[in-house]
Design a protein around this ligand. Structure first.
Ligand code: 8YV
Length: 322
C-alpha cells in the first residue's frame, strides 16, 4: 500500500521517480481548497516534504494526526517548529553536507565579486567606459585579508578551508569554541573590530535574530565588507542598508534577505553591494544531491525505520539512532 506524502517544496523528476513507487504525492501547489483536502486526506498523510522556509503551518500539522516524518529540502530549517514535531513524535530531517561546497563557493564568489568590483567593471566595458574613459579604477585584493566567519558549522569550516588558498587570516565567532585551528572570538563585536570581511553562515531563527546589529556593522566599518549566505534575519537589515548608503560600512555581498523575494529597493542603486536571489546552493549538482537526500530520508524511514540526516533536536528519536 502506498503511503500519502504532502509536499510544500517543489519535487523534481528525479525525486518523483524515486518516490512514486511507494508514495502517493500530494503537492501543495495543486491543492485549491486546503480545508477540503485535509478533510479528505489529513488522516492518511504520513510524510511531509518541505523546505526550511516553508515549514509546515501548525494549522496543517494539527490536521495530520498520522504524520511520522517531515523531510526538509535544505540545511536550514528555521521555519520548522521542531518542538511541535517532537511533541508529536514526528522526526524532522534535512540535507546537511551536500551543499557545503556550493554555499562556501558562493560566499567566496561574493567576496571576490565585491572586492574586485565585478559588476561595476562589467558595466565599465558594456557602457563603453573602457574606450571613452580608459582603465577602470583599481580594486581591492582579498589576498591575505582578515576574515571573520560568524558560525563555524560544516559550511563555515568549508569556507575557512577554501580561504586558505587566498592566504586569508581566518577567525570565527560561534556560541562555543570548536575543534578547529582558527582563532576563536567569544565576542562577535570584538571580531568585527579586527576583521576586514565578516561572513555570516549561521542558522536563522530566534537565537540569532539581528545578531549582526548596528554596533557590529559599525565595528566592521567603512573599510569592511559584510557577506551574508546565512539568513536575512541574522542582520538588522534597515541598519545594514543605511550603513551601506552613508559609508559607515564599506561594502556587502548578500545572498539572503529578511523578506525574500523582496529586497530593500534602496540597495538597487548602490555600487558597493552585490545582490543575489538566495542561490547559495542553487546549482544543478547540489540541488540534485539535496533532492536525493530529502527523498532518502523519507524512503529509509518507511523501509528501515531509520533516517540518514535527522536534525540535532531529534537526536533522541528512535529513527535517528544508528
Ligand atoms: C534553500 C538554504 O533551502 O539549505 C538552506 O538552508 O538556504 C537553501 O539551500 C533552498 O532554497 C531550498 O529551499
Amino acid at each position: 500500500m502506498k503511503k500519502d506524502l504532502l509536499t510544500f517544496c517543489g519535487i523534481n523528476d528525479r525525486m518523483r521517480e524515486k518516490l512514486e513507487p511507494s508514495f502517493t504525492i500530494h503537492e501543495m501547489k495543486d491543492i485549491d481548497n486546503l480545508d477540503a483536502f485535509l478533510d479528505q486526506y489529513g488522516e492518511k498523510i504520513e510524510a511531509v516534504a518541505t523546505t526550511g522556509h516553508d515549514g509546515c503551518p501548525q494549522a496543517v500539522l494539527d490536521r495530520l494526526p498520522n504524520l511520522k516524518i517531515m523531510s526538509s529540502y535544505g540545511v536550514g530549517y528555521d521555519a520548522i517548529d521542531t518542538d511541535a514535531a517532537i511533541a508529536r513524535d514526528v522526526i524532522v530531517t534535512h540535507t546537511p553536507n551536500v551543499l557545503n561546497n556550493d554555499v562556501a563557493n558562493t560566499a567566496i564568489m561574493l567576496m571576490l565579486a565585491v572586492s574586485r568590483n565585478l559588476i561595476v567593471d562589467d558595466k565599465w566595458v558594456r557602457e563603453g567606459n573602457w574606450v571613452n574613459k580608459g582603465a577602470a579604477p583599481l580594486t581591492q585584493s582579498i589576498e591575505g585579508k582578515k576574515v571573520g566567519i560568524l558560525g563555524m558549522g560544516r559550511i563555515g569550516e568549508t569556507i575557512a578551508e577554501k580561504l586558505q588558498v587566498f592566504n586569508c587570516e581566518v577567525s570565527y565567532h560561534s556560541r562555543s569554541k570548536k575543534e578547529v585551528a582558527h582563532t576563536y572570538y567569544d565576542s562577535l563585536l570584538d571580531m568585527a573590530k579586527d576583521v576586514e570581511y565578516l561572513i555570516a553562515i549561521l542558522p536563522g531563527g530566534a537565537n540569532t535574530d539581528k545578531i549582526v546589529n548596528k554596533q557590529v556593522i559599525e565595528a566592521l566599518g567603512p573599510q569592511g565588507t559584510f557577506i551574508n549566505v546565512a539568513r536575512g534575519s541574522v542582520v538588522d537589515e534597515p541598519e545594514l542598508v543605511s550603513a551601506l548608503k552613508d559609508g559607515r560600512l564599506g561594502a556587502a555581498g548578500l545572498d539572503v534577505f529578511v523578506d525574500e523575494p523582496n529586497v530593500p529597493t534602496e540597495l538597487f542603486d548602490l555600487d558597493n553591494v552585490i545582490l543575489l536571489p538566495h542561490v547559495g546552493s542553487a546549482t544543478v549538482q547540489t540541488r540534485e544531491a539535496m533532492g536525493d537526500l530529502t527523498v532518502e530520508n523519507i524512503v529509509r524511514y518507511f523501509a528501515e525505520g531509520k533516517v540518514t540526516a535527522p536534525v540535532w533536536e531529534c537526536a533522541d528519536h528512535p529513527a535517528a539512532q544508528k
